[in-house]
Ligand binder design. Sequence first.
Ligand SMILES: Cc1cc2nc3c(=O)[nH]c(=O)nc-3n(C[C@H](O)[C@H](O)[C@H](O)COP(=O)(O)OP(=O)(O)OC[C@H]3O[C@@H](n4cnc5c(N)ncnc54)[C@H](O)[C@@H]3O)c2cc1C
Length: 383
Amino acid sequence: MARTVLILGAGIGGIVAAERLRRRLSKEHRIVLVDRERTHVFAPSLLWLMTGDRKADAISRPLARVQRRGVDLITGEIESIDPTDRSAVVSGRTLRGDFLIIALGAELAPESVPGLFEAGHNFYTLAGAESLRTALESFSRGRLIVLTASHPYRCPAAPYEAAMLIENSLRRRGLRERTDLRLFAAEPKPMGVAGPAVSAAVRAMIEAKSIGYFPDHVIREADPEQRRLHFGNGVDADFDLLAYVPPHRVPRVVQQAAMAPEGGYVAVDKHTLETRWEHVYALGDVAGIPLRHGKPLPKAGVFAHGQAEVVADNIAHAIDGKGRVARFEGHGACFVEVGGGRAGMGKGNFYADPAPDVRLRRPAWHWHMVKILFEQYWLRRWF
Ligand SMILES: Cc1cc2nc3c(=O)[nH]c(=O)nc-3n(C[C@H](O)[C@H](O)[C@H](O)COP(=O)(O)OP(=O)(O)OC[C@H]3O[C@@H](n4cnc5c(N)ncnc54)[C@H](O)[C@@H]3O)c2cc1C
C-alpha cells in the first residue's frame, strides 16, 4: 500500500530525512516536505558572512531543488499540528501522513528580552549576520560586546567562534588595540555540555585573545538609547556595538500542539527519536534529549543530520521491511573557528556514561580547511 511520510521543517534534519527516504522507498510512496522558507541558508557559514568572508549567495540554495530528487516540497506556514492524526494545517490546507516527522528546529525569540532586538545584531539569522557585517565595516573603535542571552542555544561553539573571528577581523584591520572586546554569556562556562576539559580549553582560547569573558551573566534588559545592557545579577555593561545570540524556544506551533512541556522541547526516545504518538518522530533542535549528566544534547546540525538518517531508515524499514532497524548513538563532531584560518575540532560520544566523552583537538589550519570542505560538500550534496 502506498504511504505518505510528512516532514515538517526543511532545515538540516528535514532535508536529510526527505532525501534519504526518497532514496530508500519506491516511487509509489510520497515524501512531503514543508517549510515556510524558499531558501536554505547553511547556518554555520553565517559566522564567515559576518566577517565578510562569505556573501549570502554563496551559502544559500533554493529549497525547490529538493524536488529534482522526487521530494514533494510545499511552501507555507505550518499553522497547527495534530500528532494523534499525524496531520498539519499548512497555510489553511490540511496535510496528513502515515508517518510524521517534526523537524521544526528551535525558534529565536529576541523580543523576549526588552530592547534586545533594537540594541544589536542577531547573527543567528541571515539578516542579522549581514547587518552585523555592515556595522563591523564601519566600526573604528570602542566597546564591542558578544552576548548569549540564554541557554541552551544552537551550536554551543558558535558565539565563542564569533567572538574569536571578530577579534581576528579587528586585528586584520588594525583596530584591535582600539577595541574593548567582551563576551557576556548566560551559561556558566563555554560548551559546558562537552565537559570540563573542553570548557577550559575554549575559555583559554578566548582569554589568550584578551577577550573579556563574563559567564553567568543573564541579560534582563537592553537599553538601545543608552547602549547599555542590564544583567540579572545587577551588572551593567555599555557597548558601541552589540552582536547577540537571542533566547531560543520550541516553535510556537509545537507548543500549541501540546507536544512539548512549558519551556521545554519535544520528548523522544534518544535512540529512535520516536515521540509518544505512534509513527510520529521529532528530531534535531526541536527534540529535547537529556544526557546522563542532566544537561541536554546540544542543538547542532551534526545531530539533526545523524538523527534524520536513523529516522529515515526506520520509517523505510517499517514501510517495506527492507534494511535494518537503526539507532542514534549520540556521536557528534564540531569545528571551533579561532580566526586566522585555524580551527579546533571537538569530537566524541555525547551518550557516554556517566558524562559525554568529548575530545577537542588543538586549533590547526587543516581543521579550518575541513570545515570549508564540509560547507562545500553540504551545499553540493543536497542541492
Ligand atoms: C551561526 C550558527 C552556526 C552554527 N554552526 C554549527 C556548526 O558548526 N555545526 C553544527 O552541527 N551546527 C551548527 N549550527 C546549528 C545548526 O544550524 C542547527 O542545529 C540545525 O540547523 C538544526 O537542524 P534542524 O533541522 O533541527 O532545524 P533547522 O535547520 O533550524 O530547520 C527548521 C526548519 O523549520 C522551519 N519552520 C519552523 N517553524 C515553521 C513553521 N511554523 N512553518 C513552516 N516552517 C517552519 C524553518 O523555516 C526551518 O527551515 C549553527 C547554527 C548557527 C545559527
